[in-house]
Design a protein around this ligand. Structure first.
Ligand code: G1P
Length: 296
């Protein structure tokens, strides 16, 4: 079996209800974090892991994603003529990558989105990146997961410990420790109540999957929220295959949520050489003002 992960799927067909009205007619995945759309961070993360083919699952009102990754002849010419080399480099840097778009006709859930990629993935193992889980650029989460897949040859999901009050926002696993930061999974449940959660180990938006998942997804009835849930498919897969969880201890932002999005923005702004100093000064200023207001 070839254990190299060459393909990655980027589900982007969701409705983005948590960002309405901003996402009424434009994709959530195109919301910028400083100066780059969210989905570009995920694509660049995959490029850093030597992924060669990128499959974006799109939907209604998502055409801006295709335009973003297309070449922009007029703009490029303009920047070339005005000698704006750095900007030109920035907008053409990803022009060569192999991208495919598949339209998910209805937002029927994450599992359904993955199933839409079946004809492109065929029988290869593949990565899934949910672009609203933004991983700090210094982290090596996906690389570590690919390494783990190489060792076990089984699906690997990324995990994070979350407060028990937040288990209802995630797929939650039950598992036993199987090495440094590694869990062997024995059960999974999508967005349980805190009473029903088997642990506080939450699945975060990075997966290494094998093509066995497609046959399960094809037959899977709708689950939580009436959607075809990837978590339910993984639970069914457990009967045939081991699944491992990799506990991530680094920085992740839930940028699909307003507060998480703002935190990601602040973090990336503080890393941006163009604005970091003046932005840090501004943050200090407003922190002082807020402190002062609280004291009086
Ligand atoms: C999806 C998955 C969930 C996972 C989460 C990670 O939920 O269904 O299992 O924990 O992504 O971000 P969503 O955030 O799309 O509701």
């Amino acid at each position: 079996m070839d254990k190299k992960i060459k393909k990655a799927i980027f589900p982007a067909g969701g409705l983005g209800t948590r960002f309405l009205p901003a996402t009424k007619a434009s994709p959530k995945e195109m919301l910028p974090i400083v100066d780059k759309p969210m989905i570009q961070y995920a694509i660049e993360e995959a490029i850093g892991c030597n992924i060669e083919e990128f499959i974006i699952i799109t939907g209604k009102y998502k055409r801006a994603i295709e335009d973003h990754f297309d070449s922009a002849y007029e703009l490029e010419e303009n920047l070339r003529k005005s000698d704006k080399k750095k900007l030109l480099e920035e907008i053409t840097r990803l022009n060569h990558i192999k991208l495919a778009y598949i339209r998910q006709r209805a937002a029927l859930g994450l599992g359904h989105a993955i199933l839409c990629a079946k004809p492109f993935v065929k029988d290869e193992p593949f990565a899934v990146l949910l672009s609203d889980d933004v991983i700090d650029t210094e982290e090596t989460l996906l690389k570590d997961m690919i390494r783990l897949y190489g060792k076990y040859g089984c699906p690997v999901v990324a995990l994070e410990e979350v407060p028990i009050s937040e288990v209802n926002k995630y797929g939650i696993i039950k598992g036993t420790a199987a090495g440094d930061s590694v869990y062997k999974i024995s059960d999974l449940i999508e967005k349980p109540s805190k009473e029903k959660a088997p642990s506080n180990l939450a699945i975060i938006g990075r997966y290494i999957l094998t093509s066995e998942i497609f046959a399960i997804l094809e037959k899977l009835p709708p689950g939580k929220g009436g959607e075809i849930q990837l978590t339910d498919a993984l639970k069914a897969l457990l009967k045939k295959q081991a699944i491992y969880g990799y506990l991530f201890k680094g920085k992740r932002y839930d940028a699909g949520d307003k507060l998480g999005y703002l935190k990601a923005t602040v973090n990336f702004a503080l890393k941006n050489t163009e604005i970091s100093d003046s932005f840090a000064r501004y943050l200090l200023d407003i922190t002082m003002t807020l402190k002062h207001k609280k004291q009086h």
